[in-house]
Design a protein around this ligand. Sequence first.
Ligand code: ATP
Ligand code: MG
Length: 408
Amino acid sequence: MKQSHYFLKTSKTVSADDVSINAKLLEQGGFVQKVMAGVYSYLPLGNRVLKKIESIVREEMDAIGGQEVFMPTLQPKENWQKTGRWESLDVLFQVKSRHGNEYALGPTHEEIVTPMAQAIISSYKDLPIAVYQIQTKFRDEARAKSGLLRGREFRMKDLYSYHATPDDLENYYNNIAAPAYAKVFKRLGLDALYTEASGGSFAKFSHEFQVEIENGEDTIYICEKCKLAKNKEIFEDGAECTNCGKTTWREAKASEVGNIFKLQDKYSSAFNLQFTEADGSKKTVVMGCYGIGTSRLMGVIVEKFNDEKGIIWPAAVAPFAVHLIALKGAEEQAEKLYVNLLEQGVEVLYDDRDLSAGAKFADSDLIGIPLRMIVSPKTLEKNSVELKKRTEKDFKLVEISKVLEVVK
Ligand code: ATP
Ligand code: MG
């Protein structure tokens, strides 16, 4: 992509009411644009990052047999009345149409996914099974002021599993869903702590995946020995670690990037979702739900990986692999290199703008692409380009004939 024609403008200013690091850097870097509190447009650069995060999430959900579906945002009021959440869920957006009908804007999808399974699940032979989607969610959050960390409109992956027995749910939860989550966060370059949180009325705990960041909304206590964590909401002074029995904890601020929950029969009972057992008896399906905040993840990654100059994207989610920068007098050679890189399938952003070296470098630091490649009359004298990793200070001179090899 040539920067001269890219839908991208970096800026030195940022919305006055947003002070978080992720909002500042993502807005200044031209990744997102704030439309109103908690609502953002993703510009091409930001959309590339979001897509990459969601691709990784999708791959790992597919790997555990999750089947991708796509459910509606506009949802019937009756479904929400059936579960009692039309009244009780404080963040639910309720929409009145001009014809007097009322709808919910989906903040989560139990009210859709549960009746949806009625047409599919009839026998024990149909279980277990799991579906997921990656979708835009709406929540009327009281405070939406930490950039992508808490939106009123945001992106989420939500998976739902259906089981014949609580034991089967337990096994899926511990041995399939939780390990898949650990893989996702590891691939994103994040150390996400497995955190015990309130389980509601059906389970002792639910589990959150929490990433330590200074700007985090949650307070967690991390076991000094085994790193299992507890959310402040369930933490008691002197508590023993469920995993290793130790009682030494470190307090930390963190952001919840994922949450897994045993629903048991809470929603299946409300919608009368049943199956026939081998002996012909009728039983209620049990369910689990498993969320990952994909847009929040983008914010968390920025909160974690940045310096005073800008963002430092982990390679797995960087918008481009290479930032090629042509300095004055080297445009022709840079163009050739650009075409070469494209032909080799390298994702490259090419700064072909008529700007000073200083301005180009400042933008490049802010945008945070992992590898910078500079072509100038000086490097060309040596038939070379300069390569610099965003994480390192020093340049390396590499011969043009060897550049592709080095990049790969
Ligand atoms: P929180 O405790 O942060 O309010 P939650 O427990 O209500 O979130 P879930 O309903 O479990 O969240 O949603 C799954 C995931 O979606 C969360 O783990 C989080 O990463 C993300 N998420 C939830 N609410 C928001 C929001 N307002 N903006 C961005 N991401 C969110
Ligand atoms: Mg939570």
